[in-house]
Design a protein around this ligand. Sequence first.
Ligand code: MD3
Ligand code: FE
Length: 216
Amino acid sequence: MTSLYLFEELAPNERERLGDQAYVLRGFALPFVNELLPAITQIASLSPFRQMQTPGGYTMSVALTNCGKLGWVTDRSGYRYSRIDPQHSQPWPAMPQSFTQLARTAAAEAGFPDFEPDACLLNRYLPSSRMSLHQDKNERDFSAPIVSVSLGMTATFLFGGHQRSDRTAKVVLHHGDVVVWGGLDRMRYHGIMPLKGLAHPLLGEQRINFTFRKAG
Ligand code: MD3
Ligand code: FE
């Protein structure tokens, strides 16, 4: 089955609907940026961004770290959530208040009033980094939404269907955009096209995306 999406703009708060329960909140994170950037630096000082190995033996082009009780990791033995950063065998950095506040208000704006994330995965893209089509299915509870925050360089997000072969829609994500995915949309295939384009005035030649999840 093929899937086609209508992009509906709902004034005045720039809430674009991508699916039944998927929304882009344009610029929603902008008022938080001055708190988010130092928090990211602090997290990365404790648990640095690093390129992990996939179970198939490839090195991811995206570098990642985590904060919160649980962190997503991958190595030759598989994909999973772990309470411990394998780089130094210590817990992941705590989730900053500003992160939790942003995730909860964005989720509520998209119709998920009681979101309590226990995991935040931070991805760092450099020019040509990409993320191939995949589903997020390592979380225990698929009924909770995922909240995604984009900072830095603009990226093209691919939003697919429930099978890898379904057609994809392209959604351009800018600095400050927040996307919330719940319900059936939570299990769609998705990815990021190879990063290209102009350096961002604040972040330079990189894009940082963080996704809040209820993993445990
Ligand atoms: C749609 N990250 O970390 S965020 C990931 O920009 C991931 O770094 C991308 O996919 C990034 O797993 C995309 C947007 C996103 C996250 C999770 C989703 C979209 C989603 C789960 C279901 C459907
Ligand atoms: Fe994903």
